[in-house]
Design a protein. Structure first.
Length: 90
């Protein structure tokens, strides 16, 4: 926006509330919003990285649980599976 204080239109606009103070506040608000947007985009990128990290760890955990279930099923009679949280019928 950047209106020059000597802009001849400012006095006419000032009569309706768009004076130099309002314009300065408007520009400051735009600057704050730009800064907040940049910060938000950085946080989104960080969140995406963390989500990828969580997903990878969840896949590792699922694999480990699958392996543990197999070992329990091969090592213990079906009647004892419930003790390990396995509700399968077979």
């Amino acid at each position: 926006m950047n209106y020059h204080p000597k802009d001849v239109r400012i006095p006419a606009m000032g009569k309706r509330g768009l004076d130099l103070t309002f314009i300065t506040k408007l520009e400051q608000t735009v600057d704050v919003l730009k800064s907040l947007d940049i910060e938000q985009e950085k946080l989104k990128a960080k969140l995406k990285t963390k989500t990828t990290e969580i997903d990878a760890n969840m896949e590792t955990l699922k694999g480990m649980l699958t392996e543990a279930r197999k070992v329990v099923k091969m090592s213990i009679d079906q009647a004892g599976w419930r003790e390990f949280g396995i509700e399968d019928a077979k």
